[in-house]
Design a protein around this ligand. Structure first.
Ligand SMILES: [Zn+2]
Ligand SMILES: [Zn+2]
Length: 351
């Protein structure tokens, strides 16, 4: 039994920020494992919870430990756990399915009707220890450094977005180059996209997109991105558009740059309701619009692990900053500035 208290980043109040505090080391249920966190990473979701946007205000019930992306060592397992043992090196899928609803029973637990999300509906990973349901524990290869193992969860979102239909030999535009957009560029490159366009309003992020394999970079504040993409593709438009920004203007621009009959995979979440002219933007152009919720359980994880272990995707240029966990506020400020890729937090500090 691991007993006592631990340090954690706790959302204590329904307002901006979080506190560095003490919390009990989680006691695990029969189907859970206790993990000593070696590395965790900051997701856009964590930022929303930290900033306390409308979504967070409706969903999060403080006090709660923040975070969901993780890599760590299993130190204890519940008595019903059979697939994970003490000493295993794991990361976590964050969808906690009920196992009983229609979606769960027909092989789509990631869109479970009674879905809970780790670090959103439960205590999370920005702590020295975390409990993970066995169903969500993913055994890592020791070849993956913890700072790489922790980013498999958002990499999975990018994999689902890019690989939801064929990508090899296709032209592709990734709209929005936050960390998941940048992962999408890397995955599209690894899986055979040809012309690979990245767009963002932030030059720092465009430079990272180039490092990850984008062939063309456009900043919509500086140029007419639709015109540029059409010119580049001889007037055809791109075969595949991945909308990662959650920005209304970018959504319309993104749809306008897809070739008729092409595919639009939408991952970015919007703050407001969006209005589309379905007739002209989608239907009459025969565009396949796919809603991507992120990560199949566990097809995506096998792809993420294989892309990383084979070296086909090297996420390290994207991991731009590392902070001791206690310096989370500095890390959050940096994320808010937009001048970062993926930010990793280390409970034991950077070595
Ligand atoms: Zn995440
Ligand atoms: Zn279910």
């Amino acid at each position: 039994m691991t007993a006592g208290t631990m340090k954690a980043v706790i959302k204590t109040k329904p307002q901006f920020g979080a506190e560095w505090g003490e919390a009990p080391i989680p006691t695990i249920g029969p189907h859970e494992v206790l993990v000593k966190v070696v590395a965790c990473s900051i997701c856009g979701t964590d930022l929303h919870i930290y900033e306390w946007n409308d979504w967070a205000a409706h969903r999060i019930k403080p006090p709660q430990i923040m975070g969901h992306e993780v890599a760590g060592e299993v130190v204890e397992v519940g008595h019903e756990v059979s697939s994970i043992k003490v000493g295993d090196y794991v990361s976590a899928e964050t969808h906690i399915p009920c196992g009983l609803c229609f979606q769960c029973k027909t092989g789509k637990p990631e869109i479970c009707r009674n879905l809970k999300i780790l670090g959103v509906d439960t205590n999370g990973s920005f702590a020295e220890y975390m409990s993970i349901p066995e169903v969500d524990a993913w055994k890592n290869s020791r070849s993956l450094p913890p700072e790489v193992a922790t980013i498999q969860e958002p990499l999975g979102n990018a994999i689902d977005t890019v690989l939801s239909e064929e990508i090899a030999g296709k032209t592709c535009a990734v709209i929005g180059c936050g960390p998941v957009g940048l992962f999408a560029v890397a995955v599209a490159r690894a899986c055979g996209a040809t012309t690979l366009i990245a767009t963002d309003v932030n030059e720092y992020r465009l430079a990272l997109a180039k490092k990850m394999g984008a062939t063309h970079l456009f900043n919509p504040t500086k140029t007419d991105v639709v015109k540029e993409v059409l010119e580049l593709t001889h007037g055809d438009g791109v075969d595949v558009m991945c909308e990662m920004s959650g920005n209304s203007k970018a959504l319309h621009q993104g749809l306008a740059m897809v070739t008729p009959g092409g595919r639009a995979s939408l991952l970015g979440l919007y703050n407001d309701k969006q209005t589309l002219d379905l007739n002209t933007e989608v239907i009459m152009r025969g565009i396949h619009v796919l809603g991507i919720t992120g990560r199949t359980m566990f097809g995506t994880w096998y792809k993420a692990a294989r892309l990383l272990e084979s070296g086909l995707v090297d996420p390290r240029p994207l991991i731009t900053h590392r902070f001791p966990l206690k310096d989370y506020a500095q890390a959050m400020d940096l994320m808010i500035s937009g001048n970062s890729g993926k930010v990793v937090l280390l409970p034991d500090g950077p070595s």
